[in-house]
Design a protein around this ligand. Structure first.
Ligand code: HEC
Ligand code: HEC
Length: 197
C-alpha cells in the first residue's frame, strides 16, 4: 500500500486539532453567554428603573450608585435589589435639608426645576408627594426612595415639599449670608492670639 507523505499526515493532524480547539472555544462562549445581552440604557427598560437608580448622574452613564453596584455584583437580574436599612441621611430631621440632600439635584435647589420639573406652584397633596418619593415614577427619571428615609423624615420632606408647592413656604433664598466673624486674630510671634471683637 502506497504510504501518504509524512508532511501531509502532520498537516491533517494539525488541522483537525485546530478545528477541535475552535469548536470547543465557540461552544464554551455560547454556553457561558446564554443570557441575552442588552445595550446599556436598555438596563433601564429591562428593570423598569430610572437611570438615576444605578447612575449617580440622573442622565445615566458614568459612576454607579450603591444600588447600581449591588445590582451588577448580583449578576444584573431583572430587578434592582433594594438597599434595606441604608438611610440616605441618618440623623437629619429638617425637611428643607432633606430636600437639599435628596431632591435638589433634579428639582432645583429652590424647587424651581432643573433636570426634573419644578415643584413650586404645583397642586399636589402631602400623601401624593410621600407616595411619589417612596415609589418613584417608573421610567420617568424619578427614583424610588423606599427604605432610604425614616417615617419622620418622609413626613418632614412631604411637609416641606407641599409647602413649596402651595406657596406657604416662601421660595428659598439664593444664598445665606454668614454673620460677620466673631473673633479677631492677629499672629503674635509663633502663636496666634485671638480675642472677641
Ligand atoms: C439597573 C441599573 C442600571 C440602570 C437603570 C441604567 N444603567 Fe447604565 N449602566 C449600568 C451598569 C452596571 C453599567 C456598567 C456597564 C455594565 O456593567 O454593563 C452601565 C453603563 C452605562 C453606560 C456606559 C458608560 C459607563 O459608565 O460605563 C452608559 C452610557 C449608560 N449606562 C447609560 C445609561 C442610561 C442613559 C440609563 C437610563 C436610560 C441607564 N444607563 C440606566 C447600570 C444601569
Ligand atoms: C434623579 C432625579 C430626581 C430626583 C433625585 C428626585 N426626583 Fe422627583 N421627579 C423626577 C422626574 C424626572 C419626575 C417626573 C416629572 C418630570 O418629568 O420632570 C419627578 C417627579 C416628581 C414628583 C411628581 C410631580 C408630578 O405631579 O408629576 C414629585 C412630587 C417629586 N418628583 C418629588 C421629589 C422629591 C420630594 C424628591 C426628593 C426626595 C425627588 N422628587 C427626587 C426626578 C427626580
Amino acid at each position: 500500500m502506497k504510504r501518504l507523505p509524512i508532511g501531509l499526515i502532520r498537516f491533517v493532524q494539525y488541522a483537525v486539532a485546530v478545528l477541535l480547539a475552535v469548536a470547543l472555544f465557540a461552544a464554551v462562549t455560547l454556553l457561558a453567554d446564554a443570557r441575552p445581552a442588552y445595550a446599556l440604557p436598555e438596563y433601564a427598560e429591562r428593570t423598569g428603573e430610572a437611570c438615576a437608580t444605578c447612575h449617580v448622574s440622573p442622565g445615566g452613564g458614568g459612576p454607579r450608585t450603591l444600588r447600581g453596584l449591588l445590582w451588577a455584583a448580583r449578576g444584573r437580574p431583572d430587578s434592582v435589589p433594594p438597599l434595606p436599612g441604608v438611610l440616605m441621611a441618618p440623623g437629619v430631621g429638617d425637611g428643607s435639608e432633606l430636600y437639599d440632600i435628596a431632591c435638589a439635584a433634579c428639582h432645583g435647589s429652590k424647587g424651581d426645576g432643573l433636570f426634573a420639573i419644578g415643584l413650586t406652584g404645583m397642586r399636589i397633596s402631602k400623601p401624593a408627594i410621600r407616595s411619589f418619593v417612596v415609589q418613584g415614577i417608573p421610567l420617568s427619571g424619578m427614583p424610588a426612595f423606599k427604605g432610604q428615609f425614616t417615617n419622620a423624615q418622609l413626613d418632614a420632606l412631604a411637609t416641606f415639599v407641599a409647602g413649596l408647592a402651595d406657596g406657604s413656604i416662601p421660595p428659598l433664598p439664593d444664598s445665606y449670608p454668614l454673620p460677620p466673624a466673631q473673633f479677631k486674630c492677629s499672629p503674635v510671634s509663633a502663636t496666634v492670639k485671638c480675642g472677641v471683637k
